[in-house]
Design a binder for this molecule. Sequence first.
Ligand SMILES: Nc1nc2c(ncn2[C@@H]2O[C@H](COP(=O)(O)OP(=O)(O)O)[C@@H](O)[C@H]2O)c(=O)[nH]1
Ligand SMILES: [Mg+2]
Length: 342
Amino acid sequence: MEHQDISQQLRDQLALVLSEYYRTLGSKHDVEKNLPPVLKKWKSIIDIYDIVKGKKQRIIGVYGTPKMGKSTLLNSLVQEDILPRGIKPVTGSVINMERDQRDQSDQEYLVTCFRTGDDGKETLFNVYQHPNVAKVREYLDRVAGQTNPFDRVEVRGPFPNALAFFQDKYKLRDTPGAISKEDALSENLNRDSRRAIQSMEEICLPLFCVSCESLQEKNHVQYYRDFFADRICIFVITKCDDLTEEDRLEIRNTILNDYGIKDDTDIPLIYTGKKQKEDPYITQESCEILEKKIQYILSKDNVEKALRKSCKRVVDLIARGSIEWPVPKVTLKYIQYLLNER
Ligand SMILES: Nc1nc2c(ncn2[C@@H]2O[C@H](COP(=O)(O)OP(=O)(O)O)[C@@H](O)[C@H]2O)c(=O)[nH]1
Ligand SMILES: [Mg+2]
């Protein structure tokens, strides 16, 4: 059987399992929250698979609590000091950046701002166009900063110095710092947290950012466990300006112990930092390492490998009776057959 065929069939089988969960357990939203972790992970691989096959938008987003260097990281990837960043938390909107695929000459940056009404509908409010990045940045400070920010802001422009992968139809998404799930889901829902959390679903690959000095704080650990433990994600340790080998080992151990990550080959760790504290960007070297990881994770080969691995795990668990299997056993047999086919 053809290799691609098998992956497609595995994917279809998962869709079947999920739809059976939805049918027996209730609404889509509740079910996704309550899926067994192993199926959540499976689902996130499928999401990436859909992207590789061109079915979904390729959005890569940064997540984490405020002041972890998320906006700085994205500015570095696109090599423009365009997103608001600073000593105080400054990002208020979800901001998507996209490279205009047309010819670069005489191109302008186009910014569009959206608000979401109580009924969940989005309305376009403002449009701004300018060739100069500094001007665009000033504008973003006003519309996506901390005072009355729009819910979503789209920036499309030439980004002539961006890293190569950005030229390949990816969108990069900046998000406001979120605090813990409890805070975000409480009655007096924190506006920024809510925006960030709601935007997670559409992302194909989250970059979870935490600075090396705050790695051990409880709220970061909780944030990771709440939202990313069951997803494919890249773990970015920021503000590692001058790390020794020893520091690295210590960081790695903290992550393995505190964050409940069993195997850090599954969760790529990236260390980023600046040469000088005043720089607007992290080092080119950090950017390039991150770029390679992103490209690898989203590559077709890797996604198919991950899909297969997680299918195997699910099948093992079901066979051992460790997770409930709501679809006919025939489906399980069929998945086993597909897995053995290669
Ligand atoms: N020393 C150092 N500072 C950084 C680094 N990355 C970001 N920062 C600083 O951390 C602060 C918060 O950055 P920002 O990107 O606004 O964080 P965000 O709230 O997570 O988007 C800013 O003052 C940045 O200059 C880094 O790698 N090294
Ligand atoms: Mg920010």
